[in-house]
Design a protein around this ligand. Structure first.
Ligand code: PEP
Ligand code: MN
Length: 337
């Protein structure tokens, strides 16, 4: 539910409306625009609240047919959210580029990757230290040692670090080294993990589950925001369909829909969608054309020896060539890169 207050409404009326909502056991998200003040009602809304709000001075309109994720929804927050990560801003006009290997494999490998992606145009470094693998016998990541290698790569290159967290028990450890928590597709509905990263001040990159609807992704983001963390980015990384010509099917339409439903930045992951490096640049372009605010892409110094996702990893040269192609496309859709 959203209460819309008229533009010139006095502060005392606004304060009264806030008290009214809070006394009904709900929380308020306030968004001021040039024309109006929007107060989104967060929580389990009592039946009589709409009538009581409508009767309050200053309230011009009460909408009850609103999305069930008020903190994430554009209805209660029409302006896009910008998230600052060190010197990088995600959600503004500039397209954010997050690049690096699937997994952190060694100090040398992540250092080479960081130098290569920075030279190729990346603004942030990715790399998994905790890897959620389909098989228990596959490489599971270097864990704490991997996080330390990432921090060393950041110290040298200045690139902020995006890395996956797979358990709520690891929040403190990962927060010590990472700039952004990545919540992977397999954990999109791990509600304890969502609450745990929601209690942290670190930004979160929330990936869409491979069989999750857009609505479920938005609800998952609402968990993080309602736990106290407003710095959430959403990521479309391909979903499971009957097609097996690519690893997953990039849901380009979902990117456009997400941009209309939420004020949160949307990132496209063409690597896990394509599964094959030769199609990664095209899917990155499709994502940006559909409105994505950034890309997260896998790059390995030598994909042939990668310990995970080598087949979809770009070489450093392939990455630099892709970024060069993305630049005119970004400009064509009113963005910079
Ligand atoms: C990854 O980013 O390497 C990863 C495991 O991604 P996803 O959660 O989208 O499968
Ligand atoms: Mn991967």
């Amino acid at each position: 539910m959203i209460a819309i207050l008229s533009k010139n409404c006095p502060l005392s009326h606004k304060a009264y409306v806030v008290r009214l909502i809070e006394s009904a056991g709900c929380r308020v998200v306030v968004s001021e625009t040039e024309e109006e003040t929007r107060m989104g009602v967060v929580g389990s809304v009592p039946d009589d609240l709409a009538v009581r709000l409508l009767a309050a001075d200053g309230v011009a309109e009460v909408r009850t047919d609103t999305a069930p994720y008020p903190m994430v929804s554009r209805e209660s927050h029409p302006d896009p959210t910008r998230i600052k990560i060190r010197d990088v801003v995600v959600g503004g006009t500039e397209i954010a580029i997050i690049a690096g290997p699937c997994s952190v494999e060694s100090q040398g490998q992540i250092m080479d990757s960081a130098r290569a992606v920075r030279a190729g145009g990346a603004g942030m470094l990715r790399g998994g230290a905790f890897k959620p693998r389909t098989s228990p016998y596959s490489f599971q990541g270097l864990e704490k040692e991997g996080l330390q290698h990432l921090a060393a790569a950041r110290a040298e290159t200045g690139l902020p670090v995006v890395t996956e967290i797979v358990s709520s028990e690891d929040v403190e450890l990962v927060a010590e080294y990472a700039d952004v928590f990545q919540v992977g597709a397999r954990n999109m509905q791990n509600f304890r993990l969502l609450n745990a990263v929601g209690r942290s001040p670190k930004p979160v990159l929330l990936k869409r589950g491979m069989s999750a609807t857009v609505d479920e992704l938005l609800h998952a983001a609402e968990y993080i925001m309602s736990a106290g963390n407003p710095r959430v980015m959403l990521c479309e990384r391909g979903i499971r369909t009957f097609g097996n010509h690519t690893r997953n099917t990039l849901d380009v339409g979902a990117i456009a829909v997400l941009k209309s439903r939420t004020h949160l930045p949307v990132i496209v992951d063409p690597s896990h969608a394509a599964g094959l490096r030769e199609f990664v640049p095209q899917l990155a372009m499709a994502g940006i054309a559909a409105g994505a605010d950034g890309i997260i892409v896998e790059v390995h110094p030598d994909p042939s020896v990668a310990m995970s996702d080598g087949r979809q990893s770009l070489t450093p040269q392939g990455f630099a060539d892709m970024v060069a192609k993305l630049r005119p496309l970004a400009e064509a859709v009113g963005r910079t890169l």
